[in-house]
Design a protein around this ligand. Structure first.
Ligand SMILES: [Zn+2]
Ligand SMILES: [Zn+2]
Length: 160
């Protein structure tokens, strides 16, 4: 996704861009639907402040029962874009959060493609569960215990 900032010359001027990106643009992400939402840019004089509010629907794999399930997620992030190349200020040891989220670009077009991908990747849950009460798979026969009560379990119970 590319945003042209040629019209944002005055300090404080802003731009709101609706987002609609087909899943084909990010084949490495488990998107089920187009990415929707909006991106707001504000020119602050030195940098462009970019705020993204995205809605996505992804397919996740439950870590207990290994079934695939859809999950809607909200992905919000804020980044800073500066024209030109990074300028290292002497004596600067600690990087501020803004510094860490500042990216540099040439010309008048900001490319947010990589940034959207990264921010979606880090917002995907590490341990997805299809439901908090998911019963998982039987360790003996592999049956999905959400749908069946397998014999191994009944045998276990009679043993105790
Ligand atoms: Zn599950
Ligand atoms: Zn079983």
């Amino acid at each position: 996704m590319h945003i042209n900032v040629a019209d944002l010359k005055e300090v404080g001027s802003s731009l709101e861009v609706p987002v609609y990106i087909n899943p084909e643009a990010f084949l490495d992400l488990p998107l089920l639907e187009p990415i929707k939402g909006k991106i707001t840019l504000v020119y602050r004089g030195d940098k462009y402040v970019v705020k993204a509010q995205l809605e996505i629907k992804v397919e996740l794999e439950c870590r207990r029962c290994l079934c695939k399930f859809p999950q809607a997620l909200q992905v919000d992030f804020q980044e800073y874009y500066e024209q030109g190349t990074p300028q290292f200020r002497e004596g600067q040891v600690e990087l501020q959060e803004e510094e860490l989220n500042t990216f540099y670009f040439d010309g008048e077009v900001i490319d947010l493609t990589g940034s959207i991908r990264e921010n979606i990747l880090v917002s995907l849950p590490w341990n997805p569960l299809c439901s908090e009460s998911c019963r998982g798979l039987c360790p003996t026969c592999g049956a999905n215990l959400n749908f069946v009560d397998c014999q191994c379990q009944k045998n276990d119970k009679t043993m105790y």
